[in-house]
Design a protein around this ligand. Structure first.
Ligand code: CP
Length: 306
């Protein structure tokens, strides 16, 4: 049983919760490998994916997770709903709840929107990303990916690279990684760092961490959340922060590259690295993150609703 039925941020998750989610994810990973990828544990439950902002990975992953547990899933996208006719998010929420659903997965472009919505929701809610605030299931799947690959969490060195000021993934990841004993360095120009990062270990160039890190975590440049010019130029970004082939080949044996997706090819990671094969290509774990994301979300839905 999880400590809380709703997951709004990483603070909602205790160490025991995380252990329980990971143990269940191991079982559900096995279900996803079967020929018939379905178990009947959530038969009769109705889950609504309420997305007020675009998504590929998170929405599809929650949908597949719910279906593999035999729940009924309704996908709501604001772009094809009565929100387009002016209905508010709260009225939309009340309408959905009147249909007697069992769990809401919600994404919104405003930071704090999911927490606020929780006051109107009488069923569990999972934050699928709210503005610049939090993306707790992304950080769970990231942590799980690291644990599966390294078989440990303590004493690992992760360098998180890119746009922190606009990143909900960075906030969630840093919180969980540090709680688990992972050594975190942030790599970013000052203009992409929030003021409250003054206590973090900071570097300004990826070359300062590339050889010593176990994990290079590339953040997505959050163009849709930037209300100002993001950086002097893409050429400047490439020079100090992008992962290119030369830098990939300098990484130590056994180290990995992560990214939450979607990747801006040519900005965070070059096309050449994204498509690289052979041994260097095995370092890129983006697809594994997505695979493990389904197992993590199956575990979470199961533990909340069963
Ligand atoms: N990582 C992530 O949240 O991706 P989507 O925006 O595609 O869901």
């Amino acid at each position: 049983m999880l400590r809380k039925k709703s997951v709004i941020d990483t603070d909602s998750l205790s160490q025991e919760d995380i252990d329980l989610i990971f143990a269940n994810a191991d079982s559900f990973l096995e279900v996803s490998e079967r020929d018939v990828k379905k178990v009947p544990v959530l038969r009769g439950k109705t889950i609504v994916n309420l997305f007020f902002e675009p998504s590929t990975r998170t929405k599809t992953s929650f949908e597949i997770a719910a279906k593999r547990l035999s729940a009924d899933v309704i996908n709501f996208s604001s772009s094809t709903s009565s929100v387009k006719k002016g209905e508010s998010a709260i009225d939309t929420l009340k309408t959905i709840l009147s249909m007697k659903v069992d769990l809401i997965v919600m994404r919104h472009s405003d930071s704090g929107a999911v927490k606020m919505a929780q006051h109107f929701i009488n069923v569990p809610v999972i934050n699928a990303g709210d503005g610049k605030h939090q993306h707790p299931t992304q950080s769970l799947l990231d942590l799980y990916t690291i644990k599966k690959i390294f078989n440990k969490l303590e004493e690992l060195k992760v360098a998180i690279v890119g746009d922190f000021i606009d990143s909900r993934v960075a906030r969630s990841d840093i919180d969980l990684f540090e709680r688990m004993g992972i050594d975190v360095t942030v790599v970013s120009p000052t203009m992409l760092l929030p003021e409250d990062f003054s206590k973090m270990k900071v570097k300004h160039c990826i070359d300062d961490v590339i050889e010593e890190s176990d994990i290079i975590y590339m953040l997505r440049m959050q163009f849709e959340r930037q209300d100002r010019k993001f950086y002097p130029s893409i050429m400047e970004y490439n020079r100090f922060l992008s992962l290119n082939k030369d830098r990939l080949l300098k990484m130590k044996p056994g180290s990995i590259v992560m990214h939450p997706g979607p990747v801006n090819r040519g900005i965070e990671i070059t096309d050449e690295v994204m498509d690289i094969g052979g041994e260097p290509g095995e370092k890129i774990t983006i697809d594994r993150q997505v695979t493990y994301g389904v197992a993590i979300r199956m575990a979470l839905l199961y533990l909340i609703l069963s």
